[in-house]
Each structure stands twice: as structure tokens, then as C-alpha cells.
Design a protein around this ligand. Structure first.
Ligand code: HEM
Length: 131
């Protein structure tokens, strides 16, 4: 029961976190000053905390070692890439070209994470292929 609630919280915060990131990336591209607003700086941290706390809660209930389960390990690695690319896209990228490229790759990493979440396979979108 608690597990189901944590999973709902996890999937919900994941959806909001990725949608929020896409919106901030769009603001970066069109140079909208809202990107530097207080909510745009604080809300992502709150959502990401919920995402991770709910993930850790589920791992504790499952008694799973995320590094011993391939799809969980893949999710953690891809999450690190997503975070690093997101930081380049929204903060540290020196040129526009670098920022937009990092943003596109961060969105691809997020898509990969979501496919891993649903397929429970590190192959993500390729899981079950060729049949
Ligand atoms: C951006 C990062 C993440 C996203 C977008 C994400 C997304 C999701 C989604 C959508 C689900 C629901 C899948 C379903 O209904 O079958 C899910 C489940 C889950 N995620 Fe994540 N996740 C992320 C990070 C993580 C991390 C870092 C961990 C821990 C290693 C993790 C552990 C889990 C677990 C244990 C489940 C429940 C699996 C199940 O019982 O079906 N997630 N994730």
C-alpha cells in the first residue's frame, strides 16, 4: 500500500520534473527572463527531492540494491547524465550552441529513463526487440 503511494508520488514528480525542465529549456532558447525567477530556481529542487526520496523509499521497501539490479543501475547512471546535461543547458553552457545541444541530449536521457522505468530493462526502448 505504502509502496503504491510512493510509486504514484515518484511517477507524478517525475512527470512534473521533466515537464518543468522542458519549459525552462524553452525559456532558455527564447531568452525568457522567467528562467531566473525564484520559482523556476526553487521548484525543480523540491520536485527532484520528492522524486529521489520516493525512489529511495521504494528501494528500502523492496530491499533492493540498485547497483545489483540492471535497470535500476541504468536509471541512476542516466539520471546523472540528465542532471549534468541539464546543468550545462541551463547554467554553465558558454555558447548558445552548447546550451541547446545539451538541452536536446538531456531530453533524450529523460526519455530513456522513462522507457527504462516502464520496461524494467536497461535496453529501454529496445527492450524486447526484435521480438
Ligand atoms: C528522472 C529520473 C526518473 C524518472 C523520470 C523515473 C520515472 C519512473 C516512472 C514513470 C515510474 C513508474 C513506472 C511504472 O508505472 O511501471 C518509475 C518507477 C520506479 N522508479 Fe523511477 N524514475 C526516475 C529515477 C529513479 C531512480 C534514480 C530510481 C532509483 C534507483 C528509481 C526507482 C524506481 C522504482 C523502484 C520504481 C518502481 C518500479 C515498480 O514497482 O514498478 N527511479 N520511475
Amino acid at each position: 500500500m505504502l509502496y503504491e503511494w510512493l510509486k504514484l508520488l515518484h511517477a507524478g514528480s517525475a512527470l512534473l520534473s521533466i515537464s518543468g525542465f522542458a519549459l525552462r529549456g524553452y525559456w532558455m532558447i527564447v531568452e525568457n527572463p522567467r528562467l531566473r525567477s525564484r520559482p523556476a530556481r526553487i521548484l525543480p529542487h523540491m520536485l527532484d527531492t520528492l522524486l529521489l526520496v520516493s525512489a529511495i523509499g521504494m528501494l528500502v521497501i523492496m530491499r533492493a540494491n540498485p547497483f545489483a539490479v540492471a535497470w535500476l543501475g541504468a536509471k541512476i547512471l542516466a539520471l546523472l547524465c540528465y542532471i549534468a546535461l541539464g546543468m550545462v543547458a541551463l547554467r554553465f553552457g558558454k555558447t548558445r550552441r552548447v546550451r541547446v545541444g545539451a538541452f536536446a541530449m538531456a531530453l533524450l536521457s529523460a526519455a530513456y529513463i522513462v522507457t527504462v522505468a516502464f520496461t524494467k530493462s536497461p535496453l529501454g526502448p529496445m527492450a524486447g526487440w526484435p521480438g
